[in-house]
Ligand binder design. Structure first.
Ligand code: FES
Length: 292
């Protein structure tokens, strides 16, 4: 029998925000992020209603097939999301969901990971980015055939949660929890992560130093957003201008210039000097910025 916190039990018996979102007014966008499969035991559909002008999440609902902690984690996530902007929501990790619940049994941490992945899927959809959740998770060798988990996904979760044993990996992503024939491979992956050179995936994304390793798509978008917010917009605001991130496609960053910048004759200078140069310095040398 698992030891659940009072909060987990409360949200299991009285889940908040269960269901779908059917009402949508002009200026609002409803998106859904889906992860898991009923065949594997857990599935979650997360639905968000977002005010397109402010990026604020007006409503969040969920439909979950799973155990008490899957339902409680989904309910907790929706409560955490309401009132946040999409950019703020991008920073929510599985550890935050578990913390909101006052902790989860180690064996049930995969429920919080499922919440984080559904959130990413919904955010990608909102931003119109046609990628699957953690697209890099689907690359790499298949390690656990019972749960269809690849090497890349296992390594990511080991890094993000500082996992040290195969049992912990099973708790977080289920790999190894079936026939058990992949447990030795999981041990090898833990060892390989422990001895690998630190990469940007492991480092907290920082706007003060350029990352040295490969960023995931979500990390890159988050960093671009942060740099625009903290370093570019304040400078443009001094001259009555503004900029908003429109889309990111690989190294192509599309922005919308607003205020004085939108009608300024030196728009190209602003684009290349103030915005592209800063993003090249802070995010990646290969970034190219265009206005839409
Ligand atoms: S192959 Fe991983 S548990 Fe069976």
């Amino acid at each position: 029998m698992w030891e659940y916190t009072e909060k987990v039990m409360d949200l299991f018996y009285n889940p908040e925000n269960q269901g779908t979102i059917t009402d949508q007014k002009e200026g609002e966008k409803v998106v859904s992020g889906e992860v898991g499969s009923i065949a594997c035991g857990d599935a979650l559909s997360l639905h968000l209603k977002v005010n397109e002008a402010s990026g604020k999440i007006l409503d969040a609902k969920f439909q979950t097939f799973g155990c008490a902690s899957a339902i409680a984690s989904s309910s907790a996530l929706t409560a955490m999301l309401k009132g946040k902007t999409i950019d703020e929501a991008m920073n929510i990790k599985n550890q935050d969901i578990a913390a909101y619940l006052g902790g989860l049994p180690e064996e049930k941490m995969h429920c919080s990971v499922m919440g984080e992945e559904a959130l990413e899927a919904a955010i990608f959809k909102y931003k119109g980015i046609e990628v699957e959740v953690h697209e890099e998770d689907h690359e790499g060798a298949l390690v656990c055939s019972c749960f269809a988990i690849t090497e890349n996904k296992i390594k990511r979760v080991i890094r993000e949660n500082n996992l040290k044993t195969a049992e912990e990996v099973t708790n977080y992503v289920k790999a190894g929890g079936g026939c058990g024939s992949c447990l030795a491979d999981i041990d090898d992956l833990i060892a390989s992560v422990v001895y690998e050179t630190p990469t940007a995936t492991e480092q907290e994304v920082s706007t003060t130093t350029k990352p040295t390793g490969k960023l995931t798509t979500l990390q890159k978008i988050t960093l671009i957003q942060q740099v625009l917010e903290q370093e570019v917009r304040p400078v443009l605001a001094e001259d009555g201008g503004d900029v908003e991130l429109y889309d990111v496609d690989g190294d192509r960053v599309q922005v919308q210039l607003k205020g004085a910048c939108g009608s300024c004759s030196s728009v190209l200078v602003t684009l290349k000097g103030a915005i592209e140069a800063t993003l090249k310095e802070r995010v990646s040398e290969s970034i190219v910025v265009e206005a839409v």
